[in-house]
Design a protein around this ligand. Sequence first.
Ligand code: GRF
Length: 220
Amino acid sequence: MSFPIAVLASSRGSNLAALIDAKEAGKLPVEIVLVASDKAEAPALRNAEAHGIRTFALNPKTFPTRREFDEALFARVAESGAKHVVLAGFMRILDANVVEQWLGRIINIHPSLLPKYRGLHTHRRAIAARDAEHGASVHFVTAELDGGPVIAQTRIPIHPHDDEDALAARLLPEEHRLLVACVDAIARGRVELRDGVVHCDGKALHRPLGLDENGTLDAA
Ligand code: GRF
């Protein structure tokens, strides 16, 4: 029986598409049991539906507080049978209580080399800081925005004439490879959060994993 996951996405859904493609190609041992969004018009939902995946959207404005919205959202996620949740472009901060209940079972992909550039406009900020490298990180979600323990990162050089859009476009396919590799490692039981520390193959990680040329996580 493959590993049941839910994906939360607010918009474009290219990371979700990468997970669906890998799964359909027989390269990812998961069942995407649910795709949910805070935006009814999110293209991610339409793509999921086209692949026969259950979807729903909840409008945060119809809930009095963030906590009530997140509790309703995660109640639906729990009902779906998902064991793990992937935030793939889910543009909301999660309530601390809800995160606590799901600790070690939610991951997020963020387009920066964390701990650099939490939050928005990461590509722009990396260029403005004249960084030589940029990248993406997949991390376990804690109550701190983009602050949870990092599982793995992918790195790309920043070229002298890169603008925000060019850099984002070059990073995106690497994000997809990274997310697929991390979900694969979690589904296979290779990666887990134990006592707040990421473990891979039973060993505590002292720095984030990388990707090898086959797109597999690598303790390089
Ligand atoms: C990605 O850059 C992801 O890292 C960030 O939001 C973006 C979502 O893109 N968290 P998509 O909706 O998966 O195409």
